[in-house]
Ligand binder design. Sequence first.
Ligand SMILES: Cc1cc2nc3c(=O)[nH]c(=O)nc-3n(C[C@H](O)[C@H](O)[C@H](O)COP(=O)(O)OP(=O)(O)OC[C@H]3O[C@@H](n4cnc5c(N)ncnc54)[C@H](O)[C@@H]3O)c2cc1C
Length: 363
Amino acid sequence: MRMGVVGAGVAGAVLAWRVRQLSPQIRVDVYGGRPGAPDASGVSGGLVRGFESTRAATRLAVDSLTELRDDPVLLAAAGYQETGSVYLLSPGCDPTASLQVINESLPGSATVFPVDELRRRYPFRGLAADTIAVVERHAGHLSPERLRTVLLAESGAVVRAELVQRVDPAPSVRLAGGETVGYDVVVVAAGAWTPGLLAASGLPAEGLTTKQIQYSVHPARLPGLGSFVDDVTGLYGRPVDDGFLLGLPCDRWDVDPADVHPDADLVRQVTDQAGRRLDGWLAPPVRTVAATDCYHVTPGLRLRETVGGEALFTFTGGSGGAAKSVLAATRIAATDLLCDRFPLHSGESEGARVGSGHGPAAH
Ligand SMILES: Cc1cc2nc3c(=O)[nH]c(=O)nc-3n(C[C@H](O)[C@H](O)[C@H](O)COP(=O)(O)OP(=O)(O)OC[C@H]3O[C@@H](n4cnc5c(N)ncnc54)[C@H](O)[C@@H]3O)c2cc1C
């Protein structure tokens, strides 16, 4: 069996690694062309935790975090730092179902803090009396850039530093140089470039779009604070070597990933909001990072069929959160491809389904 993966971001790279773990005899070509702008995996904030506002998203995040924490090789590859996480909930959000999922797999990691406890332990200002937060011990941040580089090298996939110009449901890929390469399966994991590549191929984007994400790094001292998300104000952040990374959601949709510019208004809003919300020392930003990610109407990094092709898929749509779910999402996608959709081609049987640990070719 031959599989072509378009895109060597964290989604494509980890998927290639998973597939080769499950079926080392499969030839996987990963097209790692650089369309000229930083990709999401190269600049991602890398915040990881278990808690998400839906049970399903929490499941993916928790399964990823559990696998990461249980595997010293993955831990080192990802450069994981366990700083803890505080997630201030929006009014009316009930965390019960998500907490249940976290505490099944990471017992004792997550606790709900009332406002008094939050005020006592963390440098937050202006918390309403009914504010609650999910506080996790086993959470922090990782480097998607390192994770994709290490796992791609370890996967044994053939990395072709070429741009794919179009994909065909046959399935095949057409390279910028004019060559067409046929496969048994093609997976488009081109992140924010995916809708454009589908359009160039005459295929509908089917619920996929792009959105800018941006953060700034501020010289700051915010004692006691690790990774945090504040769903009341939208502010999020984490410590970095030279200060604190801080961001607010950006409202630039349908952005061309090759043409991203920092939004100066948003930089000011972050500085203002952080000044109001955080109690510590905070200076204006020393740098701002802006890039795009691929969003889907039903958010989540998963394998999606494309119109007109039973062997041409997209694997994107992480919607600003794939760093925290990529390990579990790739395990599900690889199992789906090799055990359910193409078991005869891949030489895999039901018995080879990827479990919660590593397959036979694990590092
Ligand atoms: C600024 C920012 C901060 C973020 N912070 C967090 C966070 O804190 N926590 C979290 O969980 N998630 C975060 N995310 C989201 C997460 O990082 C992304 O969801 C994830 O990295 C997406 O990976 P990807 O592989 O799908 O896309 P990308 O990393 O964008 O990779 C796509 C790859 O495809 C390649 N490509 C594109 N077109 C072609 C072509 N035609 N031929 C060949 N190759 C092609 C590109 O060069 C690129 O390498 C953040 C994202 C951004 C942008």
